[in-house]
Design a protein around this ligand. Structure first.
Ligand code: GRF
Length: 196
């Protein structure tokens, strides 16, 4: 039975496009919804162009009432009945209550080699630390931020001339390889992490 995947975004959605493009042929999953917390997010137009149903629940009107915002998110998700959630550039911290409903079925991609550099500004932090390598991680989402079991990682070499911008661009290329590979293995119910 084909697994239904909802992809949550906040911005350009390049990871969403990579995931959506990968779910073809004998892939056991298909995108059933692209859901954004930002009206006019570039990824919404990309999803529409791909023929994927979209929805938007702007977080701003909820003025910090996370539970109310998440209830609205949940209502959109229930309409789509996903089996798996993929956070892909989704920039809202989710409460323990929301995570609990989806734990074990919700993935996220983070632009660092976790457990290093949880949170924001990961590329600059890797440069400031003088790291020789950097990369991205796909992990199961748990209540603790960027902290769940790692399902896959991809590495890039840090060059002396790298800036946060050039490093982010190198890592993003690897994100687009890693996330689809991890999602396929997860949708197939296979265990074991992927390292690229
Ligand atoms: C990516 O660097 C991703 O790691 C982070 O959000 C950034 C933008 O992602 N979570 P996308 O282009 O919106 O998929």
């Amino acid at each position: 039975m084909t697994k239904r995947v909802a992809i949550l975004i906040s911005g350009g959605g390049s990871n969403m496009v990579a995931l959506a493009d990968s779910m073809t042929g004998d892939h056991p999953a298909r995108a059933c919804l692209v859901l954004s917390n930002v009206e006019g997010a570039g990824g919404l137009a990309k999803a529409e162009a791909l023929g994927i149903p979209t929805a938007c629940v702007p977080h701003a009107p909820f003025a910090g009432d996370r539970a109310a915002f998440e209830a609205a998110l949940h209502a959109q998700l229930m309409k789509a009945q996903p089996d798996i959630l993929c956070l892909a550039g989704f920039m809202r911290v989710l409460t323990e209550g929301f995570v609990a409903r989806w734990e074990g079925r919700m993935l996220n991609i983070h632009p660092s080699l976790l457990p290093k550099y949880k949170g924001l500004n990961t590329h600059q932090r890797a440069l400031d630390a003088g790291d020789a390598e950097h990369g991205c991680s796909v992990h199961m989402v748990t209540p603790a931020l960027d902290d769940g079991p790692i399902l896959g990682q991809a590495r890039v070499a840090v060059a002396p001339c790298d800036t946060a911008e050039t490093l982010a661009a190198k890592v993003l290329v690897q994100e687009h390889r890693l996330y689809p590979a991890v999602l396929r293995r997860f949708a197939e119910g296979q265990a074991g992490r992927i390292d690229l």
